[in-house]
Design a protein around this ligand. Structure first.
Ligand code: KIV
Length: 299
């Protein structure tokens, strides 16, 4: 029997998932975890700038640099063969000039991403997104609680609660669709607003804290698996407590080292090939004493 590995999900294929079965996505930041998420069947892996908080220990995402993002994007790209890989453009990488924005977006593609994600949907942002798209780089939009705007928002707060703000977000979603984005993340907005936007636009909406009506969902890897002990937002569902399991395993290991139970001499150690070799090394006395523990290297 031959088994076939599912082919890589392309940007057009992802866009065509609108209205079909819900799209399952998550973030990842390194080779082994990307490989796990990919083999579990993730449709899209976002190398999110949440990297800054859950992997690099920054208080927010604003300190993350392009170089840091590219380093992790390369690792995720090497760990995936099925999921669409999207690189998250960090703060100030698409804010200064069109040229810099396009160059930075291109660097993500060269690092192995198939697309980039850009936060915001105001007219000046749409102009930059158009130029990135013009360079043949697919763009995923991101509106609502855009973490790079945390200072402008005055904190990590629900967006689109009042009708005026909701109207602004609907306009931004339409503008991103019109500009040519293949999908848009809706973060921390009322479920009713996300449902409305999902109905309104022809590209998949990927929700995080945006209720169940979106075309797909995204969660931060470390939140989903219980690896991050910072603030847990209301919308996070933990599917495991891997952090606790890791701590328990590591403390068992340290205990075994300190009490001499690790490594085991018979099963976890290498040995010289023969008693004769041992005798050459230490002389007859030591060889006789150690003869009981001599095992072949191949065991
Ligand atoms: O950086 C990130 O992880 C994100 C997702 C939460 C959408 O932008």
């Amino acid at each position: 029997m031959t088994t076939t590995t599912p082919k890589r999900i392309t940007v057009p294929a992802f866009r065509a998932m609108k209205g079909g079965p819900r799209i399952g996505t998550l973030t990842a930041y390194d080779y082994p975890t990307a490989k796990i998420a990919d083999s579990a069947g993730a449709d899209m892996i976002l190398v999110g700038d949440s990297l800054g908080m859950v992997v690099l220990g920054y208080p927010d995402t604003l300190s993350v640099t392009v170089e840091e993002m590219l380093h992790h994007t390369r690792a995720v790209a090497r760990g995936t063969s099925h999921a669409l890989v999207v690189g998250d453009m960090p703060y100030l990488s698409y804010h200064i000039s069109v040229e810099e924005s396009v160059r930075n977006a291109g660097a993500f593609i060269r690092a192995g991403a198939q697309a980039v994600k850009v936060e915001g949907g105001k007219p000046s942002r749409i102009r930059i997104i158009r130029r990135i798209l013009d360079a043949e780089i697919p763009v995923m939009g991101h509106i609502g609680l855009t973490p790079q705007s945390v200072n402008a928002f005055g904190g990590f707060k629900l967006q689109g609660k009042g009708s005026e703000d909701a109207r602004r977000l609907i306009d931004e979603a339409r503008a991103l669709e019109k500009a040519g984005c293949f999908s848009v993340v809706l973060e921390c907005v009322p479920a009713e607003l996300a449902a409305f936007i999902t109905e309104e636009i022809s590209i998949p909406t990927i929700g995080i804290g945006a209720g169940p009506a979106c075309d797909g969902q995204v969660l931060v890897f470390h939140d989903l698996l219980g690896l991050y002990d910072g603030h847990k937002a209301k919308f996070v569902r933990r599917y495991a407590q891997i952090g606790d399991d890791m701590r328990t395993a590591i403390s068992h290991y340290l205990d075994d080292v300190r009490t001499g139970r690790f490594p085991d001499v018979a099963t976890e150690s290498f040995h010289v090939g023969s008693e004769e070799e041992l005798r050459r090394l230490y002389g007859n006395q030591a060889a006789a004493a150690d003869a009981t523990t001599v095992k072949s290297d191949s065991e």
